[in-house]
Write a protein of this length. Structure first.
Length: 470
């Protein structure tokens, strides 16, 4: 089983098709790895070992019978524990949801299963997903596979940690302010925040509804961009339960399509200053694209100060008010991190209807303004966050050192609904991964992935963390 535990989705599927390895063997390798690493990482909140074995036996019978198999046949995947999988607990990191067991799969889960994927379990999140550190009162904290003293990020920290450690071949996270891209960057894997509506968010908690449904999306996470693309292609497509869902056809790009394309290195005084190592990683990505024939140059984007203020209005004040109302009378059961978020989110008091309507209009005008600026420069490069992973307990909402000041590189894209991907590029002097962020225009997700893959190929093969199972 040369492809394990860090094989790509294509490698695993090919070995299954060639009968070099059986689906049962693939699943057992991953279950044993989870058993060995779960005490260190704490990535999973629910592991369906018997269900995975049952799926593997059925998958093996299909291979032996010569039946047609899907693109993900026998590939073991994991799901963030805020996405409905029938019969699995879906706590989203909260004591208040410990009794919630979905009766049906989210559409994206149905699509993964239809493609032949084997679901192993679901992964840890902060409470209600409202933090960049994965820690909660239900299952505790998730550690970074590169250094257990550091955070795996949030809110898809369990997902990123599981994939980076080889416990899962790929999976699904969600992103309302960097929650796919930041954990991917912290843990040295790839992740895509798609355009809202490309992958249905039906069956996700919190639900994406109303005038701010474009803030949060669900998206693929894996060790390579090719794997992210494959997961994206399987899950993409319209769904009546997602108000933003659109029947956008999948697209592919050739080298000829990309040759000479303009790419901007994002410059903005608003986003703060990244560490020298982080800036060097983005410069490395830019240099590799120049060498491949892209036209790469600095690009100053105006309006990001307003974008960040509006993002916080929706992500902080609006969502904070909704959460406050939903937990009324149960405040003593929420985690310290959620309590801290709510104290900052609700500091402005009730929201007037006029202020909400104006913010919605301002968001649309600003989005159009940014699109005009990017008319001739369809792709931008930037850091994912100001630094590599922080130590456990260092994440907070405090002014100066908190999330609003260290993660704005990711946050503004949730306000505008633009797609963006994180791809690992380098490592810090402490051995922690550093990713670059590739940003595109709405519904040009495939272009974002094509540029990310060019950076990845120039970087060289993916390297696993120095994590021991014993």
């Amino acid at each position: 089983m040369s492809c394990l535990p860090y094989g790509t989705l294509a490698e695993i599927a090919q070995e299954i098709r060639s009968k070099s390895v059986s689906p049962v063997e693939i699943v057992e390798v991953h279950l044993k790895r989870i058993e060995a690493l779960q005490p260190k990482l704490n990535a999973f909140v629910h592991l369906d070992s018997e269900g995975a074995r049952e799926q593997a036996r059925a998958a093996e019978n299909r291979v032996l019978s010569g039946a047609q198999i899907g693109a993900l046949h026998s590939v073991p995947v994991s799901i963030k524990s805020c996405i409905d999988v029938a019969g699995w607990p879906c706590p989203a990191g909260s004591v208040l949801r410990m009794g919630y067991i979905p009766r049906q799969d989210a559409p994206l889960v149905e699509r993964l299963k239809a493609a032949g994927a084997i679901l192993l379990g679901n992964t840890n999140t902060p409470e209600f997903l409202m933090a960049y550190e994965t820690n909660n009162l239900t299952h505790g904290k998730t550690s970074n596979p590169w250094n257990l003293a550091y955070s795996a990020g949030g809110s898809s920290g369990g997902e990123a940690g599981a994939i980076a450690a080889g416990c899962s071949a790929g999976g699904v996270g969600s992103d309302g302010g960097g929650s796919i891209r930041v954990p991917a960057h912290f843990c040295g894997i790839c992740g895509l925040k798609p355009t809202p509506g490309r992958i249905p968010a039906t069956g996700h908690f919190p639900p994406g509804t109303g005038a701010f449904s474009w803030i949060g999306v669900v998206g693929p996470m894996a060790r390579t961009i090719a794997d992210v693309r494959l997961l994206f292609e399987v899950m993409a497509g319209p769904d009546p339960g997602d108000a933003l869902s659109a029947p956008v056809p999948l697209r592919s790009y050739t080298e000829e399509d990309l040759r000479g394309m303009r790419i901007g290195i994002l410059e903005s005084d608003t986003l703060g200053v990244a560490t020298p190592e982080t800036r060097a990683a983005v410069e490395q990505a830019a240099s590799s694209l120049c060498a491949l024939g892209f036209n790469v140059e600095p690009f100053r984007l105006e309006g990001l100060d307003r974008a960040l203020d509006l993002w916080w209005f929706f992500f902080g004040r609006v969502i904070g008010n909704l959460i406050r109302d939903s937990i009324a009378g149960q405040e003593q059961q929420i985690s310290p991190m959620l309590r801290e978020y709510l104290s900052h989110a609700n500091s402005g008091g009730p929201i007037a209807l006029e202020a909400f309507i104006k913010a919605c209009a301002d968001r649309d005008f600003l989005r159009a303004e940014i699109l005009r600026q990017m008319q001739d420069t369809p792709v931008l490069l930037s850091p994912v966050s100001a630094s590599p992973a922080f130590r456990h307990g260092e994440g907070n909402y405090l002014p100066g050192t908190g999330y609003r000041d260290t993660m704005p590189f990711s946050q503004w894209l949730n306000l505008t609904g633009f797609p963006s991907a994180s791809v690992p590029v380098a490592h810090s002097k402490d051995g922690l991964p550093i990713g670059a962020q590739i940003i595109g225009r709405p519904f040009e997700d495939e272009l974002v992935l094509a540029v990310a893959e060019a950076i990845e190929q120039a970087r060289g093969p993916w390297q696993p963390p120095p994590l021991q199972t014993s």
